[in-house]
Design a protein around this ligand. Structure first.
Ligand code: F6R
Length: 608
């Protein structure tokens, strides 16, 4: 979380940094700041988003070197004082930080005993002053001071640091948090992700943990590794995202991304109808293992975790491999029994989620085969796993994940079929399902065409403070995801439950003010869902039912219904979630919420 960006080069830094910050805003937006070095340190900070910061900036701040930060508060309230960049006690250093310093209390006490004082509540300011202390102790050797100070830190960090009087230099170092360096025509950048770089960037570098980077406008990039040796980082070519990162005429990114699913689901298809084959370009390295693995463990967080739950149904049904989906944050701390013979699939839109990354590293160390299904090429997870599959959905900017989910499910479905084929398991129905999946955009288009109906439904139910979402089998995770969408962007309390579990507690909540959304689009569980709907209605609850097109019986039972084009059960989670995304979107709009930047959330959770 938090976005950091730094620039040093031939051009004025302010606008380049602001540009970079805007592209990183999805990482956090509760405060922002910028420091420009021009002999002196010029510091500007503001609570709120980047637009608030921009409105407080003078039109010109001269200086060709600077750092900037957009914050998602982990420690200390989101206010001006806690906003980055922080300035050291002497006023000679300024720093931006992304990460968490776990042992900050002991370091802070030690520094206080040495006479240091602190303006903010952040642990970032502690690290900065520790660097300053080491700098003054060690003959003002900045590189040495940074390496000494960071070696004492327990936690994660990516930092950018400027020193007064060194107007053409940025110092940067990372451990656990992402940091990427770029060489562009106008100079050098450091940032927490590739998005921040300008379109003139031609080379990017991915430092290892503890590599110290010195960016100098004249001398270029210097890298000193953990042992103190000067090394050359291998560069990779950079391609600016070709997909539009604008809103394309939509009111919000979320709505744009919901509508994009008509194109992004087909882009996730690696099945070719011509030769009736599924071909994943980047998994040949693990193909042999896939033939013999005896267990699949899917790890992820939030929406990605929900997609993983759908994967369980598919892997067990089609590949006949035991499959579980785990919260990465729980998995990593419970000493899981894993090793050779296990396939660990990390699901992550961003490829940077701290818990998913740590859980995947743990699995890899234990000898498991690791595969990531990810939307961001060259993200940390795609670089660290044995193999990767890309969603090809284009940048997802809205904080609430929408198009990534449907692409994840499309990939997981094909992967289950692919492994089933590798293991010579006979499922004659697979090629029919694949053909339907390949043609899903027509159905998605039909669902998107129900925009006004769904908007009216949201208006009708905008009185409700609570919602229950139920589904069974492959659509139980759809219920979880529908509930998550509603709560995260409209702040309405919502619970997702398997239909059968309702009677074991949640049904006590039901009354005329507590509506339920029932997902009854899969044939397999239709009759059982009908019983659940009866049970809710018998207690005075209203039920909005997602039905298969032409299901007149369910239509006549429902208080309200949305028709989903009839196709295979396996495609139903993809189709059924789309109206639920739209429903949440309009509920949030009726409540006047900022759907792209919901309160307290950030797109990429890079701290645990
Ligand atoms: C919800 C949402 C989050 C993410 C979660 C994992 O709409 O976006 O729950 O799904 O933070 O993020 P990734 O997939 O990037 O690992």
């Amino acid at each position: 979380m938090c976005g950091i960006v730094g620039y040093v080069g031939q051009q004025e830094a302010k606008d380049l940094l602001l540009e970079g910050l805007k592209k990183l805003e999805y990482r956090g937006y509760d405060s922002a700041g910028i420091a420009i070095l021009n002999g002196d340190i010029h510091l500007f900070k503001s609570p709120g988003n980047i637009a608030s910061l921009e409105s407080t900036l003078p039109s010109t701040i001269e200086g060709k070197c600077g750092i900037a930060h957009t914050r998602w508060a982990t420690h200390g309230a989101p206010n001006q004082t806690n906003a980055h960049p922080h300035v050291s006690n002497s006023g000679n250093m300024t720093m931006v930080h992304n990460g968490i310093i776990e042992n900050y209390q002991e370091l802070k006490k030690e520094l206080r005993d040495k006479g240091y004082s602190f303006k903010s509540d952040t642990y970032s300011e502690v690290l900065l002053n520790l660097i300053e202390f080491e700098y003054n102790q060690n003959g003002q050797d900045a590189a040495d001071a940074i390496r000494k100070a960071t070696s004492r830190v327990k936690g994660t960090y990516a930092i950018g640091l400027l020193i007064k009087g060194e107007s053409d230099k940025i110092y940067a170092i990372r451990c656990g948090s992402p940091l990427i360096i770029a060489k562009a025509q106008e100079g050098f950048y450091m940032a927490s992700d590739l998005n921040a770089f300008s379109t003139t960037t031609d080379e990017v570098f991915f430092p290892e943990d503890h590599d110290l980077i010195i960016l100098n406008a004249q001398e270029g990039i210097r890298t000193i590794n953990e042992k103190g040796n000067e090394i050359r980082m291998i560069s990779e070519t950079f391609q600016a995202a070709t997909n539009s990162t604008g809103k394309n005429g939509f009111e919000d990114y979320m709505l744009k991304e919901i509508f994009e699913q008509e194109e992004t689901v087909p882009l996730a298809m690696v099945y070719s109808g011509k030769n009736n084959k599924i071909q994943f370009p980047h998994i040949t390295a693990i193909e042999e293992q896939l033939k013999s693995i005896n267990r699949i463990i899917i790890i992820g967080c939030g929406t990605s975790w929900h997609a993983g739950l759908i994967g369980n149904y598919l892997f067990e049904k089609y590949a006949r491999i035991p499959s579980t989906t785990e919260y990465a944050s729980e998995f990593r701390y419970r000493q899981p029994v894993i090793g050779k013979g296990d396939l660990v699939i990390a699901l992550s839109q961003s490829g940077e989620t701290a818990d998913t990354l740590a859980a995947t590293r743990l699995a890899k160390r234990a000898g498991a085969t690791t595969l990531v299904i990810c939307n961001v090429p060259r993200s940390t997870l795609t670089r660290e796993t044995d193999a990767h599959i890309l969603l090809n959905a284009g940048p997802e900017i809205g904080v609430a994940s929408t198009k990534a989910f449907t692409s994840q499910v499309a990939i997981l479905t094909q992967l289950a079929f692919y492994i089933s084929d590798l293991r010579n398991i006979e499922h004659p129905e697979i090629s029919g399902i694949l053909k339907n999946l390949a043609g899903l955009s027509i159905f998605i288009n039909k669902i998107l065409g129900k925009k006004n109906q769904i908007k009216e439904l949201a208006e009708k139910y905008s009185f409700a403070q609570n919602f229950l979402f139920i589904g069974r089998g492959i659509n139980y995770p759809t219920a979880l995801e529908g509930a998550l969408k509603l709560k995260e962007i409209s702040y309405i309390h919502a619970e997702g439950y398997p239909g059968a579990e309702m009677k074991h507690g949640p049904i006590a909540l039901i009354d005329s003010n507590f509506p339920t959304v029932a997902i009854a689009t899969d044939e397999e569980n239709r009759l059982k869902m009908i019983s659940n709907i009866h049970e809710i209605q018998a207690r005075g609850g209203n039920v909005i039912v997602l039905i298969r097109q032409g299901d007149d019986k369910l239509a006549s039972m429902a208080d309200d219904y949305i028709e989903i084009p009839a196709t295979n059960d396996e495609a139903m989670p993809i189709l059924s979630i789309i109206p639920l995304q739209m429903f949440s979107y309009y509920m949030a709009k009726f409540k006047g919420c900022n759907v792209d930047q919901p309160r307290n959330l950030a797109k990429s959770v890079t701290v645990e």
